[in-house]
Write a protein that binds this ligand. Structure first.
Ligand code: NAD
Length: 497
């Protein structure tokens, strides 16, 4: 596995040591310290921004075809290193090797290929005559140095989501990955250099939020902050970015509802709920967290979900037979357990899980898939983001009530509706306030489709051509075709007498 012996910063095409504080990176599945990391300080962030600024003129003036070619080479480079990337992703996060191998790495390679193509498809309005005597056209231009900050749950995929639309559009970037999981973002940048993407186009600074993160957000040469993380930190970022009037793109927390109408296929809904709730240990901003089930199906649905959850194999994440590895850290596991313990004390019933496994797994940050019923709609376990493998289930009677419950949290990232009725599908798609509504499924994402939130889940889009709205400026160019020295419209302002 990659040792990062030259440091955990990748600036201007090479690795280097940070000059900030030193920290141990813990493998969450074993509790052992895997490596020592020297973080970036504000001066390291300055260097990375300076490298990105210097690279901007050259990269932004490359033709879309040239940028695309380099990105296709990056896809091939990442694909070549897929086994190494998957192993490292699992070691950093504790997620199962099946997830890293079958979801994180191929999803990222596909995203690179998509943006390599999309780089050549940046369209604007056709030129036209909209005012008398003038021809207008639209230029879509890169905006400059982007400062991006990413979370620990899908480190490689999040690096891709931040870097790819930015560089496809001709920008350069400094990424600050989560300090818990920098490895695969660094390899992404290293692979880009090997693929021929020029030095300085992609820079990675590993460091803490309050030091490296804040230095990046407040840096005067960074024109935009793109952030994926919690809503609490997102609010801070927005306030900090205001100091330099930066553009911000925020992908924040979620609390996805899972709405089961009484005509749904219970077996399909139960499978969807388990997969949707425990994916990535539930540390997925779109994970199914609140199931609402119409009364006639409530008992059958909860019994089947509990049965499927009990059969989930929790264990060593490097074992291909493991379904659910560890959570990201012991502190986070304790936070997840705290939500369940307090709900239990308040009278909720735990129908599956509700505890950390013991035995061989006691040293790791593991938590069993957990099903909770009987919690109040306004309780913290139903309202707040837990970010663990925990699903609450509540019954509802009318369709109106189900949709109202689905919308009853501050978040609005994703949701699903389970029904075989066309009108119910259409109604749920329209009336649930979320950036994505699945019907009869929960979780699938594709590079061609946008991902982004409503309400406290943020604004702006990752993936798809919609993400270019964040990473480009739209410029109006108007050329007069009126050769007169004094144009007619100027009479309104002053008449030549
Ligand atoms: P977090 O908000 O704690 O941290 C995210 C990043 O922000 C990290 O890199 C962290 O170092 C940095 N950071 C922290 N404080 C900062 C500060 N003061 N200034 C600048 N940067 C700072 O989130 P996390 O715990 O790493 O990730 C989990 C969260 O991410 C969940 O809320 C989840 O829903 C969200 N998430 C959202 C999406 C989405 O697309 N909407 C995707 C993945 C994760």
């Amino acid at each position: 596995m990659h040792q990062f012996s030259e440091g955990h910063l990748f600036i201007n095409g090479s690795y280097r040591q940070g000059r900030g504080e030193e920290a141990k990176r813990i493998n969450p599945a074993t509790g052992n310290a895997d490596e020592t990391v020297r973080y970036a300080d504000a001066a390291d962030v300055d260097d990375a921004v300076a490298a990105a600024k210097a690279a901007f003129a050259g990269w932004s003036r490359r033709t879309p075809g040239e940028r695309s070619e380099a990105m296709l080479a990056l896809a091939a480079e990442l694909d070549k290193r897929s086994a190494e990337l998957a192993e490292l992703e699992t070691a950093q996060t504790g997620k199962s090797i099946r997830m890293s191998t079958e979801f994180d790495v191929p999803g990222t390679v596909d995203n690179v290929s998509f943006f390599a193509g999309a780089a050549r498809q940046l369209h604007g309005l056709a030129a036209g005559e909209y005012g008398a005597g003038g021809t207008s056209m639209i230029r879509r231009e890169p905006i400059g140095v982007i400062g991006s900050i990413s979370p620990w749950n899908y480190p490689l995929q999040m690096a891709g989501w931040k870097i790819l639309p930015a560089i496809a559009a001709g920008n350069t970037i400094v990424l600050k990955p989560s300090e818990l999981t920098p490895g695969t973002s660094l390899i992404f940048a290293e692979a880009a250099a090997a693929a021929g993407i020029p030095d300085g186009v992609i820079n990675v600074v590993t460091g803490s939020g309050p030091v490296a993160g804040e230095a990046l957000v407040t840096h005067p040469d960074v024109v935009m902050t793109s952030f994926t993380g919690s809503t609490a930190v997102g609010r801070k970022i927005m306030a900090m970015a205001a100091q330099t009037a930066k553009r911000v793109h925020l992908e924040l927390g979620g609390k996805a509802p899972f709405l089961v109408f009484d005509d749904a296929d219970v077996e399909a809904a139960a499978h969807g709920a388990v997969a949707g709730a425990i994916i990535n240990g539930g540390q997925d901003c779109t994970a199914a967290t609140r199931a609402y089930v119409q009364a006639p199906l409530f008992e059958a649905f909860t019994a089947r979900v509990a049965e499927l959850m009990d059969a989930v194999v929790v264990g060593d994440p490097t074992d291909p037979d493991t379904d659910l590895g560890s959570l990201i850290s012991h502190a986070h596991r304790d936070k997840v357990a705290g939500f369940v313990d307090r709900a239990r004390e308040a009278g909720a019933r735990i129908l599956a899980g509700g505890a950390a496994p013991g035995g061989d797994l006691a040293a790791g940050a593991f938590y069993r898939p957990t099903l909770v019923t009987g919690a109040a709609q306004d309780s913290e376990i139903v309202q707040d983001e837990i970010f663990g493998p925990v699903l609450t289930v509540l019954p509802f009677d009318s369709d109106d009530e189900g949709i109202a419950l689905a919308n009853d949290t501050p978040y609005g990232l994703a949701a699903s509706a389970w029904t075989r009725d066309l009108n119910r599908s259409l109604r749920a798609s329209e009336e649930i306030a979320a950036g994505c509504v699945w019907v009869n499924d929960h979780i699938p994402i594709v590079s061609e489709m946008p991902h982004g939130g409503y309400k406290a889940s943020g604004f702006g889009k990752d993936m798809s051509v919609y993400s270019f709205e964040e990473y480009t400026n739209v410029k109006h160019v108007m050329m007069s075709r009126d050769a007169a020295a004094h144009k007619e419209w100027q009479d309104t302002v002053f008449k030549e007498r």
